[in-house]
Design a protein around this ligand. Sequence first.
Ligand code: AMP
Ligand code: GLY
Length: 334
Amino acid sequence: MQGVVDQFRALGIPIVGPTAENAALEGSKVHSKRFMQRLGVPTARFHTATTPNAAREALKDFRYPVVLKTDGLAAGKGVVIAQTPQEAENAIQTLPCPLVIEEFLQGEEVSFIVLCDGKTAVPLEPSQDHKRIFDNDEGPNTGGMGAYSDSRLLTPAQRSQILETIINPVVHATQYTGFLYAGLMMTPDGPSTLEFNVRMGDPETQPLMMRLTSDWGEALLASATGNLTENHLQWTPDPATCVVLASKGYPASSESGQPISGIEDVVNAQVFHAGTKRDGDRIVTAGGRVLGVTATGPTLQASIDNAYAAVSKISFSGMQYRKDIGAKGLKRYN
Ligand code: AMP
Ligand code: GLY
């Protein structure tokens, strides 16, 4: 199997990213869970099922809530947390097989992303996504409605534990290159891996880019040429927050073609475009998640305030966003 990274390498052109083989860590949850099990990387206890009946059988081995995941890529919509047997049955009828059925883990979710060069993994700062569509983590999962990055999300001891038990085993077993994203649950028994992505996270990337102080190009070149060191990634201690502005109907559907106003009035923040396009001299919506409005500040609260001050300048018909991005962090640290 030849992916773009494999083909560039064959031609001697430097490139940042995983090989096609390593990309399967994200592309297939069944593969990724089995791989973690083989390496002894901490992850939720699970069964795999290739038919709905096998899934019903597997459910007998779990308490509720239980988690059901479809095998392939599903833009954050392939995971159901079933509170009751009826909800699990509904999930079996909607999610395409094969399925992973796994125990529900309790704890704080943290996104831990590393840049790798085949031997060395250098961590980016920790961040936290907000996957549910509505405030207080209610409603269905989305691709991500906002994120913040704050160094206090993980202690130095937790960072070392994650590198030792999760990241380094995977990087060494796969000679991993590019970005590896571990979606973690910080359980009372330690960090457990919910998923791997083989890229930076969206919307985690936006606050991380605001905190980066070193030369990104140099870090990427070092990753592509096998010369990566800790020094390549430097960060401001200031936290950063990204609020996603989404279209009406997201995540079930999304409206497009709505003119967006106010982007030029934003100060003290960066507006990252996602689902937008040019229409003559206007910018219009073109997808579910439209903009990532991102700001830093000397405190987490200040970064949140700056991000929402920028959001208040922007509008389009049907615009929806969460009002509580970062609130979990404030609660934890106050
Ligand atoms: P995933 O695509 O596997 O990261 O799952 C999407 C989201 O579902 C995660 O970010 C969690 O919020 C939730 N989730 C997935 N697996 C579990 C689990 N075993 N226990 C609790 N929540 C989970
Ligand atoms: N924010 C999670 C992801 O990018 O998959």
